[in-house]
Ligand binder design. Structure first.
Ligand code: ZN
Length: 243
């Protein structure tokens, strides 16, 4: 079996994808990142990803040499095929389908296809994504079966063996905080665990409302949207166990 040495991480600047990036940096010699600009209502996400990359370089010298190119693709076209609360100025709510109106149909399929095309060109074998089936939202394009189907379709369609790595698929938000702590600690036994958790708290962005004015123990956010609620609840469980 060929050794996997390089990974491309789908990186949005949020808690999940930052944890996935740490996971990749702990395993692969060369790690690149890809982000998508699709007219998000709040460009805080695009700013957060740059800040997180810089902070990782500054605070984790062991990872810094592995962290390679960051690619940002313009996906404004997504706004032409969907009307959701992430691309338009609409309030977050649940639809009759049981899915939140943040759902852009097939968005992750598109992301993965573009990531694989880039990975092909960059000679990268592993694509890392923070999709999670235990997440509240039940996005069908985040499910494990969807990821396995995509891995097969991309590998066949590009005649290159890709591995779609989903380290968060079966864990909850408390475990995601714990994973970050463990990865940071392994990278730097002198306090790296807490340092990575603090980096995620301070610099990643998850809130659907784009709120960077309210600072909580778990980071910035409105504190009321589903993304904030998940992050807050997970952090509470994690913090109760480590302290
Ligand atoms: Zn929020």
């Amino acid at each position: 079996m060929a050794m996997h040495t390089a990974a491309l991480v789908l990186f949005s600047g949020g808690q999940d994808s930052t944890t996935c990036l740490a996971h990749a940096l702990s395993r692969f010699e060369r790690v690149e990142t890809i982000g998508f600009d699709y007219g998000q209502r709040h460009h805080v996400e695009m700013q957060a990803r740059l800040t997180v990359l810089q902070q990782l370089r500054d605070q984790f010298p062991a990872w810094s040499p592995r962290l390679g190119l960051d690619h940002v693709l313009d996906l404004a076209v997504l706004g032409q095929v969907s009307e959701t609360s992430l691309t338009r100025d609409m309030a977050f709510r649940m639809e009759a389908t049981g899915l939140p109106n943040t759902f852009v149909p097939g968005r992750n399929l598109l992301f993965l296809t573009l990531a694989a095309a880039l990975a092909y060109r960059r000679d990268v074998q592993v694509i890392v994504t923070g999709v999670c089936e235990t997440d509240f939202s039940g996005y069908p394009d985040c499910r494990d079966d969807t990821m396995k189907a995509m891995q097969l379709a991309l590998s066949l369609g590009m005649d290159k063996r890709f591995l779609v790595d989903t380290p968060l698929m079966w864990i909850d938000k408390a475990d995601t905080w714990r994973m970050a702590h463990d990865l940071g600690q392994r990278a730097d036994p002198a306090g790296g665990g807490r340092r990575l958790v603090d980096l995620i708290i301070e610099h990643t962005h998850t809130c659907y409302a784009g709120d960077r004015s309210h600072r909580h123990a778990w980071g910035y956010g409105c504190g009321a949207c589903p993304a904030c609620e998940l992050r807050q609840r997970g952090y509470g469980v994690f913090a109760g166990q480590v302290t």
